[in-house]
Design a protein around this ligand. Structure first.
Ligand SMILES: Cc1ncc(COP(=O)(O)O)c(C=O)c1O
Length: 428
């Protein structure tokens, strides 16, 4: 159904009044300075319950119970959280586990997949993939004596991948296809079923990076017969800075794949302390070593909130918010040189919108460092000219979106951005 919007200021409040998810905002920590935070696609906000959960975990589990907490609370947490993530990404119990970083999980699953795919020498990815994914694949190829070629599908334009080119590159020689379901810059969203079916016809396995997709768009790993996936928990899942990542392996592949990092947490019985590694059965075999326990515990509340809100509701709101932002941008910002750097079709888009502008970096700085009394707005910047605005339906309001476009209009009209330099911070 085509959504219709209005330029009137109070229209945003009307949308907020009708929002069935509006109460979830109260579950998050706000510092009281009215900052508008549109970077939940990089680091999600802090759920209030996580504050109390961590305080209790430090005091009771670490402080009082010490090592006993491993048996009481910690040892099975990676699987328990994996089972909650499974509900969010359409997987089954026992197919997902929380472990390591996305980069390390990608390494483990990509290498395991290549070992299984004997005789095939091609890995396919695309030019929009997040650099760490490509770096990890390049490293694996070097480790394997340069016996694989990494081929990247080209872009159709600055927003979308050329799907014909991608498909033509996935041939019978292809061992593995590694793609981000949602592209980190433009938010371009693949049709997972179409790509998986195509790859399977050619005998290739597919490894999805769900970092920008989990908790943002509906994902049906089981229904689309997905092979492998990884993703982080600190973006839309609100797990906190540096929270451990997750990995998914379809059940029938558990026996066939082995982890290339044979750490003791992935061993059949780590506390036998045997001298020879025997992989655990099931998803635990993809664990490595001791997890960062406090970060691991912090992941739980965000997952509970997402499950309670329901991915369908979240996605509906995300689409409405993105469409509202696009509507306002086209009406009031196009004349200031902004272009939409994300797909206009909501079915081909994740939950963030990139605006392109030659002065993107300085405009982004103006939003983040306003003059006294003006609302502070936090999006992020991605080279060379993208300002990314992340819409996190659990806590973003329509009024915040309206205020953001209004503020951008003022920044452009007053040329406020000209008082900022172009020298980049370490983290942009
Ligand atoms: C798509 C994608 N993959 C991987 C990563 C990096 O993950 P990690 O730092 O957990 O290894 C990111 C980080 O933003 C990302 O956006």
């Amino acid at each position: 159904m085509k959504l219709t919007f209005d330029l009137a200021d109070d229209f945003a409040n009307q949308l907020d009044d009708k929002d069935v998810l509006s109460d979830f905002r109260k579950q998050f920590y706000f510092s009281g300075d009215n900052t508008i935070y549109l970077d939940g696609n990089s680091l999600g906000r802090l759920p209030l319950k996580t504050k109390t959960l961590l305080a209790k975990a430090i005091e009771k589990q670490w402080g009082n119970d010490l090592i006993e907490s491993w048996n009481k609370n910690w040892y099975t947490k990676s699987e328990e959280l994996g089972n909650k993530i499974a509900k969010i990404i359409g997987a089954s119990i026992g197919e997902v586990i929380v472990s390591d970083s996305t980069s390390v999980n990608l390494y483990k699953l990509a290498k395991a997949a290549l070992k299984l795919q004997t005789g095939k020498t091609r890995i396919v990815s695309d030019v929009f993939n997040f650099p760490t994914d490509l770096y990890i694949l390049q490293g694996i190829i070097q480790e394997c004596g340069n016996n694989y070629e990494l081929i990247l599908a080209r872009q159709k334009d600055e927003i979308s991948i050329d799907l014909d080119d991608l498909k033509s590159k996935i041939t019978e020689k292809t061992a593995l296809v590694v793609l981000s379901l949602v592209a980190f810059k433009s938010a371009f969203l693949y049709n997972a079923e179409e790509i998986t079916n195509w790859a399977h016809q050619k005998g290739a396995l597919v490894l999805w990076d769900l970092s920008h997709a989990a908790g943002a768009v509906p994902i049906e790993l089981n229904k689309t017969n997905a092979d492998l996936a990884v993703g982080c928990t600190y973006k839309y899942l609100n797990g906190g800075p540096g929270s451990p990542a997750f990995l998914y392996v379809r059940k029938d592949l558990h026996e066939k794949l082995t982890s290339p990092i044979q750490g003791w947490f992935g061993e059949e019985n780590p506390f036998e302390f045997g001298l020879n590694y025997r992989p655990a059965s099931g998803i635990r075999k993809f664990l490595t070593g001791t997890p960062p326990v406090l970060n691991l515990l912090a992941v739980e509340t965000g997952l509970d909130l997402l499950i309670e809100a329901g991915i369908k509701n979240l996605y509906e709101k995300s689409k409405r918010q993105s469409e509202y932002f696009i509507f306002l941008t086209m009406k009031i910002l196009s004349k200031h040189g902004f272009e939409i750097g994300s797909p206009l079709d909501p079915l081909q888009r994740g939950s963030h919108i990139s605006l392109k502008h030659p002065e993107a970096y300085r405009i982004c700085q103006s939003l983040i460092h306003p003059k006294n009394g003006t609302v502070k707005i936090i999006p992020d910047f991605r080279e060379p000219d993208n300002i990314r605005f992340g819409f996190t339906p659990l806590y973003t309001t329509f009024e915040e979106i309206r205020q953001t476009t209004a503020r951008l209009k003022i920044i452009m009209e007053t040329r406020e951005y000209e008082s900022f330099g172009s020298e980049r911070n370490s983290v942009t």
